[in-house]
Design a protein around this ligand. Structure first.
Ligand code: PLP
Length: 358
């Protein structure tokens, strides 16, 4: 196989030549002084796209979640979210360390929970308890395998959380994947939430940056905490130009990533030793479970890597493959062939001999 098939994440993409030109040509200024016209344009456009009064550009998805949490919560407050949630698992305990919040976890199928999960996890009043303050939905849900919430499911969470005074935040790192898969607009989701974050550096293919959108007072606080957490940037119009380019050119093509993921899942599902459910692949993430005889996921992933297929182990027997702008349909076939070869090689000699005889 000639090329490396890098399926570790959709964050591995490199800016295209056209995106690099947009970066080079960006008009810039000092954004801390409010002078960067390209950042201002991105913030205005994102606010409109997400149907919110205001937006702020931040360096990462983790910071987008963290400033949103800190804008709403005080130390001692609690967030209700699914156990798969990115900010709980993969943001270095930022919400606990930097916002002083605890997280009350829901264990739902593939990250999609119900209104009853919200009402059932609200704390009673009293000096002993954390204050339930916020609910986080992740769409698409990464650890759940790129699962897509329906707009009806999000609306139902809103109906349950609003009367309880809970702020509803949507971690929309991959919201555009959800919209492309569901065939809807971002506002079909965001009209049901108080605040939303969106990443430009994942499927959209920009090098850096996320946006947070919400009410003006919320964004003013998010902006203050961006400063406090060290996330203000100066001539960040260079990055905003890439994000604007991504919004213009890289949204509809997410359908190609979804088609590649579906193709990969169908191919892998045929291979003995792998458990893959093609029907569960809704966007650009494929979860692959290994049967015991194939050994631990990290060792199997190391062998895949030697053969040019890069992906991550997400559990003792689970691997995750993510499709993106920098991989092609043919590379899916290459990856399927490598999986098939390595799965065969791991079979006991008697099984291999029987397969060879057929
Ligand atoms: C759902 C979700 N939210 C937030 C993030 C954090 O983004 P970043 O890596 O830019 O901090 C990620 C990263 O993969 C993610 O998958």
């Amino acid at each position: 196989m000639k090329s490396i098939v890098d399926l570790r994440s959709d964050t591995v993409t490199r800016p295209t030549a056209a995106m690099r030109r947009a970066i080079a040509e960006a008009e810039v200024g000092d954004d801390v002084l409010g002078d960067d016209p390209t950042v201002n344009r991105l913030q205005e456009r994102s606010a409109e796209l997400l149907g919110k009064p205001a937006a702020v550009f931040v360096p990462s998805g983790s910071m987008a979640n963290l400033v949103s949490i800190r804008a709403v919560c005080e130390p001692g407050d609690e967030i209700i979210c699914d156990a798969t949630t990115h900010s709980y698992n993969y943001e270095a305990a930022g919400p606990a360390a930097l916002a002083g919040t605890s997280m009350r976890l829901i264990h739902s199928p593939r990250g999609i929970f119900t209104p009853a999960d919200v009402t059932g996890n609200v704390r009673p009043p009293g000096d002993h308890f954390p204050h339930s303050r916020m609910v986080i939905i992740e769409n698409t849900n990464n650890r759940g395998g790129g699962t897509v919430w329906t707009t009806t499911e999000v609306a139902a969470i809103r109906t349950a959380s609003q009367p309880l005074g809970l702020h509803l935040h949507l971690d929309g790192a991959r919201l555009m994947n959800a919209c492309v898969a569901a065939g809807c607009r971002p506002t079909d989701y965001t009209r049901h939430v108080d605040s939303v974050s969106l990443c430009f550096s994942k499927g959209l293919g920009a090098p850096v940056g996320s946006i947070v959108a919400g009410p003006a007072a919320f964004i003013a606080r998010a902006r203050r905490f961006r400063k406090q957490f060290g996330g203000t940037m100066r001539q960040s119009g260079l990055l905003a130009a890439a994000a604007l380019y991504a919004l213009d050119h890289h949204v509809e093509r997410l359908a190609d990533d979804h088609a590649n993921a579906a193709h990969l899942a169908r191919g892998l599902a045929e291979i003995p030793g792998l458990r893959v459910n093609p029907a569960a692949v809704q966007t650009n993430i494929v979860m692959i479970e290994l049967e015991e005889r194939l050994g631990p996921a990290d060792a199997f992933s190391a062998r895949l890597r030697e053969s040019g297929v890069w992906l991550m182990a997400t559990g003792p027997r689970t691997l995750r493959a993510v499709t993106h702008l920098d991989v092609t349909g043919e590379q899916m076939d290459d990856a399927i062939r490598v999986f098939a070869r390595l799965s065969r090689a791991d079979q006991p000699a008697s099984v291999r001999a029987a397969a060879a005889a057929n």
